[in-house]
Design a protein around this ligand. Structure first.
Ligand code: GLU
Length: 472
């Protein structure tokens, strides 16, 4: 590894960030954290029509929420800014002069239709689409003439001929791209805006980025970027192209396949460390299966463990990490987490005991509502399974149970008395009691729940099935 290592995340703020891009941020953050390097945030807002300040702020909030703090870049500063591409146009123009002086760029006056026709001809003869080079050798007076006529033109970068661009990809190994298959490409559009290849490559070099982990959709951009940096004599970062994320059907991850924005994950109640642990394993192999903090995730992170096959998004796996994160969370914190959802049911004095009783039955704060209702509701809603269970139990069972309930509310002792009196055992003993007392056939441990339900309410709930009327 090159030291000091500097990795970066370079999002375009054209929407809320989703799983795919935040995983890219995570891998870059873990890489710099592992080597005590710098993680940089650059905002690629060259698409003025689609970029929005609110998305920039939202993505920064998302990164901070996930604990992916950057030491240099937009929002925190540094010596090599500005860190938004919209503020770097003069830098891009200035550097263009170097390429012009070396005749590495030329104006291209070809119209969109001409280019389209040429692409079609290439496709028909089985050639890769690339610029045919029509404007590559215009004479200075021809150029002057066309400019004077007011013809719009782009600027093309002269790709070296009959060579190949070679590099070692941190994920995909040795790569080789023949320059003739790439052809001369546009680095400045006719409206004066700069193309991705140019600004992205230049910024990485000028910001002294040493490592770039990014989506494999950028792999074919890399030889162009390397050629540009070679023309400047600027250092070339080490690139690693990570596999894309696909859904259960193998299709690219999309909103429809259940991918959520980081903001949505936060609103549902996912813990950031659960999301980090899931994402870190999405396309990266870890030997450890336990929940790890960011330092531990960074210590075991290695580009060598990044897979080349597409990574499959699976919400149940994400939920698995959520459950592990919840297990590790203090009850007092869980109590605060669920309080807004349950405060209309749970008396404040009961909140800690309630939390201890239900914590293993939660994944998200809103899950606590069903248990708050199951414990405190005056008109207990019964699930269909609970109704079926109650219906198949003799009415006498509940009559006996109601008389055997005593105010000390020791569930084990209570169930023992019901067993002795009615002869019911195992499932036939515990399930009707749970169904009648909580309205559910599964849920938190009854010894914890019964004291919260309280003697009066519990007795009413048992008697409801004897009198066959609703409790009120
Ligand atoms: N702005 C580009 C994107 O969001 C950055 C690509 C890169 O990481 O180099 O795709």
């Amino acid at each position: 590894m090159t030291f000091p290592l500097k990795s970066r995340f370079a999002p375009s703020p054209t929407g809320l960030i989703h799983f795919g891009n935040v995983r890219t941020a995570l891998f870059n953050a873990l890489l710099s954290r592992k080597f005590g390097g710098t993680f940089l945030l650059r905002i690629e807002d060259t698409d003025a029509a689609r970029s929005r300040e609110e998305y920039t702020l939202a993505l920064q909030e998302d990164l901070r929420w996930l604990g992916l703090l950057w030491q240099e870049g937009d929002g925190v500063g540094g010596d090599l800014g500005p860190y938004r591409q919209s503020g770097r146009v003069s830098i891009y123009e200035e550097h263009l002069k170097t390429l012009e002086a070396q005749d590495r760029v030329y104006p291209c006056f070809c119209s969109a239709i001409e280019l389209e026709v040429s692409r079609k001809i290439q496709a028909q003869s089985g050639q890769p689409p690339r610029y045919g080079g029509k404007c590559a050798h215009l004479k200075p007076d021809e150029i002057e003439n066309k400019k004077n006529q007011g013809l719009p033109y782009t600027l093309r970068f002269r790709m070296p001929k009959k060579e190949s661009v070679e590099f070692f990809d941190l994920v995909r190994g040795r790569q080789s791209f023949p320059t003739d298959e790439i052809g001369d490409f546009i680095i400045r559009r006719s409206d004066g805006t700069f193309a991705f290849f140019y600004v992205n490559a230049l910024d990485d070099a000028l910001m002294q980025v040493t490592h770039v982990l990014r989506g494999e959709d950028h792999l074919t951009n890399t030889p162009r970027q390397i050629a540009i940096l070679n023309a400047f004599g600027l250092p070339i970062p080490q690139y690693g192209h990570i596999s894309l994320i696909v859904d259960g059907m193998g299709a690219p991850l999309s909103k429809r396949s259940g991918s959520l924005s980081v903001q949505e994950l936060r609103e549902i109640g996912y813990f950031p460390i659960a999301v980090d642990n899931y994402l870190a394993r999405l396309g990266h192999n870890y030997a450890e299966n336990s929940l790890m903090d960011l330092d531990a995730l960074a210590a075991s992170f290695s580009p060598d463990n990044l897979g080349r096959a597409p990574a499959r998004y699976d919400r149940t796996q994400l939920d698995h990490w959520q459950a592990l994160a919840l297990q590790k969370t203090d009850a007092a914190i869980i109590a605060q987490w669920i309080a807004p959802q349950v405060s209309s049911w749970v008396p404040e004095a009961d909140l800690m005991n309630f939390t201890e009783a239900v914590r293993d039955n939660l994944l998200f704060p809103h899950d606590a509502r069903i248990w708050a209702e199951a414990v405190y509701s005056a008109t207990l809603p019964l699930s269909p399974d609970a109704i079926a269970m109650i219906e198949e139990t003799p009415v006498d069972f509940f009559r006996e149970a109601s008389t055997l309930l005593t105010p000390e509310l020791d569930f084990k002792a209570f169930a023992q008395r019901v067993r002795e009196k009615t002869g019911a055992q195992g499932k036939k003993l515990f399930m009707p009691l749970r169904a009648a007392l909580t309205g559910q056939t599964h849920g938190p441990e009854m010894p914890r729940v019964l004291p919260l339900i309280g003697y009066e309410r519990a007795r009413h709930r048992l008697l409801a099935h004897v009198l066959n009327e609703d409790i009120d």
